[in-house]
Design a protein around this ligand. Structure first.
Ligand SMILES: [Zn+2]
Length: 313
């Protein structure tokens, strides 16, 4: 049992409809002293697997012995989650490009500033839960400033960004606040797509609990995953045309050979194949893809493939 459960709802601002925009936070305060662990989700409003997992994690963790405090922000970008959108509907900005935020800026910049002040600037380690939106499904973890912490989540494919190579490298993200403070930052990408999210949510719960064991926040032995692969280059491949995108690739986490097909786009109107796209690396590994035939617009999120050349254990 935790010693205390404390709710906070710091105000971001007052909106035009007269309601207050707040940031909902719940602290699980352990009997023993220790670090403040921050777990947050839905900084992108159409990636809600982590928000669902935090509901279940709350009920599990409140009955556990905790060293320190676990601060939960289950939904960072509530307005965006409500309309199932990546961008906040008030200013149409990507919240995860606005950090450290600006209290005098647009709504997303104000939200970023409040989240930085109340959460990112106070925690001692951060688990930042993302997923693959409501259509593509994703499965990898960033290795940033604490590899053991990130590895403990238990995903097979890990990504160590390399300045000289292509990949998912962005500025203005949550790590722009945590990493200068020396706070271990783990960015998790898991789930999404028009498939049952249950197995992904179970993996998020198990992964977060293993990370907490790794840091000694909860009791028990950490489980290690022996087949992890670290890539330092990721190709992001978007369909150039709109239509039905049809998957042709292996399952996420599986190798994919150079030149073998990833997907094709078929016209819903004339039934012709508009394009077929192949794996760009001689030896790749699947990181993101659509798992079902989905309607895409030209240039939508499509596939991500890691480069196995230069990959390590
Ligand atoms: Zn995201």
């Amino acid at each position: 049992m935790v010693k205390d459960i404390v709710r906070h709802a710091p105000k971001i601002t007052t909106l035009a409809d007269g309601t207050d925009a707040v940031l909902h936070m719940t602290d699980l305060v352990g009997e023993e002293s220790g670090p403040m662990v921050g777990i947050s989700a839905s900084v992108h409003g159409n990636e809600n697997c982590g928000s669902q997992a935090i509901v279940d994690l709350f009920h599990l963790l409140k009955d556990m012995r905790i060293k320190g405090t676990i601060r939960l922000v289950p939904v960072v970008n509530a307005r965006a989650m409500t309309v199932n959108a990546r961008f906040n509907p008030i200013d149409r900005l990507d919240l995860n490009r606005q950090f450290p935020g600006d209290p005098g800026g647009t709504f997303s910049q104000q939200l970023a500033a409040t989240f930085a002040e109340e959460f990112l600037g106070r925690i001692d380690m951060h688990i930042d839960l993302h997923s693959g939106t409501d259509r593509p499904t994703v499965d990898y973890v960033y290795l940033l400033n604490d590899e053991g912490f990130s590895r403990a989540f238990g995903s097979k494919v890990l990504y160590r960004p390399d300045e000289g190579k292509q990949g998912t490298k962005f500025s203005g993200t949550t790590k722009d606040v945590t990493m200068p403070r020396g706070v271990p930052a783990a960015v998790i990408e898991l789930g999404g797509g028009i498939v049952d999210q249950g197995p992904y949510i179970e993996r998020i719960i198990a992964g977060v609990l293993n990370m907490l064991r790794h840091k000694g926040v909860i009791e028990g032995d950490e489980a290690a995953r022996p087949d992890q692969i670290v890539v330092n280059e990721i190709a992001g491949i978007r369909p150039r045309t709109g239509g039905w995108i049809e998957p042709l690739s292996p399952a996420l986490g599986e190798p994919v050979a150079g030149g073998s097909p990833l997907f094709r786009v078929v016209s819903p109107y004339t039934f012709e194949v508009l394009e077929e796209v192949a794996c760009p690396f001689a030896e790749g590994i699947m990181i993101m893809g659509h798992l079902t035939r989905n309607l895409v617009e030209a240039g939508d999120y499509g596939w991500m493939v890691g480069n196995l050349e230069g990959a390590t254990a």
